[in-house]
Design a protein around this ligand. Structure first.
Ligand code: PMP
Length: 353
């Protein structure tokens, strides 16, 4: 080993879902199957390219104002970043500086562990119960901060707001981050608690319900003090996180509430229909409040099924890790895409029986 090797920060990176370049039925990374709203398309078509000579607004004023308006908060309560991954990463860096462990569920968004390792933050995973529910009392012990998604990923299970509030109330000496990447597809947001708890940060994204995963926009909403700390960290890292196209498109996406709500309605409708179809085929699906379904089948090996689907151009997500080795996570696509999935499953199961 060369001497410099010992001074290199080594991390085991997060492994994102595949982004195949050929055309497949893509149900593996919880993207939205519908295009962004017309305002976004128009903003891109009419983008003032001369403006690209200049740095973008480091304060992201127009986008922050649009979000503040949409969520009825003050602009000082909004922080934006390059997808919620960037926002969450900044939150880990800014808020989790205790010697005590940060707590999050054992089955959850696998990036939490990676950020903790990257920033050398101690952490401990709390086991979800047999039904993959959060046991709130597990988060009442001394800790350096708490983070969990609601709805959780990859389970899609939503915890009621009183459970979320109990966890926040019992952790007033640390920051609690509620990662609401999927909240628009079901359940009540913890945003209504931000005036009551000064230790709460809610993080959301444009990647799911707003159909803009490729544009990379995420945001945190909290009280002005915590948002100021987040901005201080951001300006110490990279002042210009949001590019000009993301700023103008983001504003358009926030303004079109009708398109946003209609898109959610379609996905929820397809989800409910797909859940029934999966159950008819013998799958056991966890209750989903998200834009994906976490499913297992008693008679078919998940890994084999995952591979057979992939060979047939249908991508879903499979981890093969402890406790979830027999589960597949299936993103809700268009009705037509889901029909292709079910056509394949029927053939696959018909052949095997
Ligand atoms: N949180 C959770 C729970 C997620 O599943 C994802 C999507 N992979 C993210 C955050 C990050 O999404 P994005 O960076 O696209 O906003």
């Amino acid at each position: 080993m060369r001497t410099f090797e010992k001074n290199i920060r080594k991390v085991e990176p997060y492994v994102p879902g595949e982004q195949p370049q050929n055309k497949v039925i893509k149900l593996n990374t919880n993207e939205n199957p519908y295009p962004p709203c017309p305002g976004v398309v128009k903003a891109l078509e009419t983008l003032d390219t001369d403006r690209l000579r200049l740095y973008p607004d480091p304060a992201c004023t127009l986008l922050v104002d649009a979000l503040a308006d949409f969520y009825h908060v003050k602009p000082e309560q909004v922080f934006v970043g390059v997808g919620s991954d960037d926002v969450l990463s900044m939150c880990f860096l800014t808020f989790f500086n205790s010697q005590k462990p940060v707590l999050f569920p054992d089955i959850t968004y696998s990036f939490y562990k990676v950020w903790a390792e990257l920033y050398r933050i101690p952490y401990e995973c709390q086991k979800l119960d047999e039904d993959f529910r959060i046991v709130k009392e597990d988060y009442y012990r001394e800790n350096g901060g708490v983070i969990f998604p609601n709805p959780n990923a990859p389970t899609a299970i939503y915890e009621e707001l009183d459970v979320v509030e109990d966890i926040i109330r019992n952790n007033q000496d640390v920051i609690v981050i509620v990662d609401e990447a999927y909240i628009d597809f079901g359940g009540k947001s913890a945003l209504e608690l931000i005036d009551r708890y000064d230790n709460l940060v809610v993080v959301q994204t444009f990647s799911k319900a707003r159909s803009m995963a490729g544009m990379r926009i995420g945001y945190a909403i909290s009280n002005p003090l915590l948002i100021r700390y987040l901005n201080d960290a951001k300006y110490s890292f990279n002042s210009y996180t949001m590019n000009q196209a993301a700023l103008v498109c983001g504003v358009e996406a926030v303004r079109d509430r009708e398109y946003f709500e209609e898109g959610i309605r379609k996905i929820v409708e397809t989800r409910e229909w797909a859940g029934k179809r999966l159950a008819e085929l013998g799958f056991r699906c966890l209750d989903s409040s998200a834009n994906f379904i976490f499913a297992t089948h008693p008679a078919y090996d998940a890994k084999e099924l995952f591979e057979a689907l992939k060979e047939n151009g249908i991508y879903v997500r499979y981890w093969g890790s402890e406790r979830i080795g027999q589960y597949l996570r299936i993103t809700i696509g268009t009705r037509e895409e889901m029909e292709v999935l079910f056509g394949f499953l029927e053939r696959y199961m018909g052949k095997k029986n």
